[in-house]
Design a protein around this ligand. Structure first.
Ligand SMILES: [Zn+2]
Length: 95
């Protein structure tokens, strides 16, 4: 069984990387998709997802929400998904 601490550390790390990706993006591209890392926290997951900058800002404005690659769709319950699009899923952290 995977340690929850390890997963939390990974999630924080991925969020920091994503925040950096967001920071270097030009504000002019707010509506354009950027490539972010999946924040599922699994060290074996190397998925990326395309998310519009404006959506990233919206998701990260409140704590407790993470972005996942669409490939994780199959392992989630419909009720767990806050928002989804072709390339990404937005879910509460800790599911
Ligand atoms: Zn993942």
């Amino acid at each position: 069984m995977e340690s929850p601490d390890r997963s939390a550390v990974n999630k924080r790390l991925y969020r920091e990387v994503n925040a950096r990706i967001r920071d270097v993006a030009d504000t002019d591209v707010a509506g354009e998709p950027l490539e972010f890392l999946c924040e599922c926290g699994n060290p074996a997951c190397t998925e990326t997802l395309e998310l519009p900058l404006a959506v990233f800002d919206e998701v990260t404005a409140e704590p407790g929400r993470i972005i996942l690659a669409a490939q994780h769709r199959a392992s989630l319950e419909e009720s767990e998904i806050l928002a989804q699009n072709d390339g990404y899923l937005i879910v509460p952290d800790g599911i």
